[in-house]
Design a protein around this ligand. Structure first.
Ligand code: CA
Length: 224
């Protein structure tokens, strides 16, 4: 696992490198926001400090997201709920407030990798996922059954639902869903996503199952 640490504080960076190396991760460190993009290609996960000397960390986060789908964990002393939401809205996969426990950081690094589906070799999603409340997603047959009856989904609707199911209840940002399902961004993307979610909700006949996380994205709420 290769971790790109974006941190301007030498002492914090050195401590992180030591801790992550003990957990058998390879660490590359950059101290400036502008140095991040050239280093992205080799990284499995980015740990991003928000307080950087040159570019604001949230802007760096947005640029990383525009450049590809490497998971980003924002690590920051800024801890208010608004700031966390802002971080997630800029495409971060998770948010950790300083000071944090290294064990928790390592667990979250593994979690974001798993959610991206490129972690352990057997992390591939099960072909059949029981979403609860009589809703079953079958990836092999590409079908959805609700209370035992097949429900026809478009390919994009199916992809959105499968992505949310893979996140296992964690929020998926709008940017991430659009990037992974449509593979591109365009001015009407948010509206298109909303329409697909609305149709999904109707077909599921469980309005609360795809829950809106205001200003961030969507998540699956089991059993509602
Ligand atoms: Ca800093």
């Amino acid at each position: 696992m290769r971790v790109l640490v974006v941190e301007d504080d030498d002492r914090v960076a050195a401590a992180l490198r030591a801790a992550l190396t003990r957990h058998e991760m390879q660490v590359e460190r950059v101290g400036h926001g502008l140095a991040v993009l050239p280093k992205l290609a080799g990284a499995d996960v980015v740990l991003l400090d928000l307080g950087l000397p040159d570019v604001d960390g949230l802007e760096v986060c947005r640029r990383i997201r525009d450049a590809g789908d490497v998971p980003v964990i924002v690590v920051s002393a800024r801890g208010s709920v608004d700031e966390r939401i802002l971080g997630l809205h800029h495409g971060a996969d998770d948010y950790l407030v300083k000071p944090y426990d290294v064990g928790e950081l390592v667990a979250r690094i593994h979690a974001v990798r798993r959610r991206r589906g490129n972690g352990a070799p057997h992390a591939a999603p099960a072909p059949v996922t029981d979403l609860g409340d009589g809703v079953v997603l079958d990836r092999a047959r590409h079908t959805l059954t609700v209370d035992g009856a097949d429900v026809a989904l478009s390919r994009k609707e199916f992809a959105v639902l499968a992505l949310l199911a893979d996140a296992d209840g964690a929020v998926c940002t709008r940017d991430r869903i659009v990037a992974e399902v449509w593979g591109r961004r365009w001015p009407g993307a948010d509206r298109t996503l909303d329409v697909h979610v609305a149709t999904l909700r109707t077909k599921l006949a469980r309005p609360g199952m795809v829950a809106t996380v205001r200003g961030v994205g969507y998540r699956l709420a089991a059993g509602t």
